[in-house]
Design a protein around this ligand. Structure first.
Ligand SMILES: [Zn+2]
Ligand SMILES: [Zn+2]
Length: 136
């Protein structure tokens, strides 16, 4: 959707959401947590938390606390990995990260970089020529 925001939903359709922001970049995270959670690597877009709204199935979102400062949201019905959210406290940016794979096309998004490339799985190579950060 580009200039007018983005929408997305889980595999079964129980959970849907939107953001009034129009992110144009996605990151692919290769850390072991994201690989286990997503099944491969986790591609996502960051949007301001204030721009994000669950439009359907808020009660169908399950939350898993993957670290002291981050929780991850998924659909309780179909298991789709949907949201990566850092806790809000002073010094943390108020963003929420949405699965790029959940977005409705046209997304207006391009994959721009790989993060935690140093932690990638041993069963694939990153060969698309995009920048690779060892960490974030
Ligand atoms: Zn679902
Ligand atoms: Zn990660």
């Amino acid at each position: 959707m580009g200039a007018t925001g983005i929408t997305g939903h889980c595999l079964c359709g129980a959970v849907a959401f939107q953001s009034s922001a129009s992110p144009d970049e996605a990151d692919a995270c290769h850390c072991s947590q994201c690989r286990r959670w997503s099944g491969h690597y986790w591609a996502s877009v960051n949007v301001p938390l204030a721009s994000f709204k669950v439009t359907k199935g808020e009660d169908r979102i399950g939350w898993f606390r993957s670290s002291d400062e981050v929780r991850r949201g998924f659909c309780r019905d179909c298991g789709s990995a949907l949201i990566w959210q850092p806790d809000l406290h002073p010094g943390h940016s108020r963003i929420i990260s949405i699965s790029a794979g959940s977005l409705d096309a046209p997304t207006g998004v391009r994959l721009k970089k790989h993060i935690f490339a140093g932690d990638k799985g041993d069963y694939y190579e990153i060969a698309d020529g995009l920048p690779q950060k060892v960490a974030y």
